[in-house]
Design a protein around this ligand. Sequence first.
Ligand code: HEM
Ligand SMILES: [Ca+2]
Length: 486
Amino acid sequence: MIFYTPTKKSTLRLTSVATINNDYFDKCSPPVTCDPKAKYRTVNGSCNNLQNPNWGAALTPFYRYMDPVFSDGISAFRLQSDGSPLPNARNITLTMFQDSLRICDYKNNELLVPWGQFITHDTAYSPVRSVNSSFPAALDHCQDKNPPTECKAVIPLSPDDPVYGKKNLTILKFMRLITSPAYNCSLVPDTVLNKNTHYIDSSNVYGSDPDVVNQLRLFSGGQLLYNTIKKQEYCPQDPTKVVKKGNQTQVTIAFLAGDVNVNQNLGIALLQNLMLRFHNYIANQLQIAHPLWTDETIYQETRRIVAAVTQIITYDNFLPIILGEKYMNEYGLNSETNYDPTIMPSMAQEMTSGALRLLHNIIPAKLNYMNENYTTYEVEEPSKSFLRPDTLIGNVDGLIRGLTETPGREPQSSYNNLISNIVIEIPSINTTGFDLLSYDIQRGRDVGLPPYTKMRSLCGLPQAKSFDDLSDYIPSKLDLLYYIEN
Ligand code: HEM
Ligand SMILES: [Ca+2]
């Protein structure tokens, strides 16, 4: 172990006041036996913490800073103080986030977004309950006059919605997340389990369960399985993903990787492919340096290096931009290799369903492909390639150059039009598009995130008793949406 126990603990650390964090571990977690001398991480993340072997493992719940708030104490969305439902999520987007400015961030390039998403997909995956058909066309029946219970969480649209009104859509097909009973563990209130390992351990490259891990290995030279297209190495094609178009079965590119969202957009597909190439490059080098090493040894040593590099990029390059140097120093995150076994390592529900999604605000509206002279040879709207990363083929270098040389987007009080109106609109598979911000708002309610005013007090900000007290971080207009007590 290169880690040592810290001599000095940050006094600023946010203290959890939740009462339910042990419930899963007390009632449901499977027994595990760890080998204290094991050199490599386990597939599902168990045994990283020898005192609490299940901490941080795949299929364990997200950590809670505060207990969830549901109106029935179990799973129903919370209500306003007068007992009325919370404001319609789409209405919040339309009222608060329709600024038409587009402010560039000249300090950071567009790579910030894919890297953020890459470590998100390493540390979190919360699948939705799909009803009688798979994402994303499910819930068509919710448009009927008397919709059944699974439609309760959909987001109703107003006929004069500026985007969806014209398409005659009456709902956004929001689905609730899978909760613990799906894994034979009855917990109250509703508890969501993370399907990926919570650690930054490159589980999005390798997989969080043994079947996926084995499916992705070549079992020769420590290599990951790859697909050669036009003489270049890519992630393998997912045999289950065949996109149908009319009567003809048209196979498009659908990569297979350790995380299921590898194809969601070009940026994430790019990084997944880069990491596959990086793994296979390192494995080759290790094989040359150690001709007697077995496939297993090369694979595990390479996996260790890839995960370490991912952690270094995250702590040295990504987090200082997101948190700022001041916080990095105060929280001891600068070039320190502390390991404190008393800290629960799991991703927090408040992060994955709330705070971490702040980067949705800076998703770029255009991607540039650049040639070796750094001139743009093609511009792509990201929405054209959601779930269809075909244009990556032959353009890996061009996209890296484009992402590196194009300024990012400053956080601002609007979302890029694609994100607030179109995300994943694919007529051939009958998906009509949605508003990611509305989903982010509704997701917070789905998992019972406590009200912002409570979370903000926990984070040390002054207690807010009126909308004016929120103006330090939130622009006015909120009072147009919520019930105000006299
Ligand atoms: C083009 C870029 C991106 C797109 C299209 C995208 C889209 C999405 C979508 C559709 C969801 C599911 C929403 C729901 O049903 O609740 C989601 C979840 C999420 N996104 Fe993004 N996202 C992008 C980039 C990012 C970035 C850069 C970050 C943060 C650094 C991020 C953080 C998250 C998190 C934490 C979740 C929840 C993960 C989970 O618990 O499963 N996303 N995103
Ligand atoms: Ca992980």
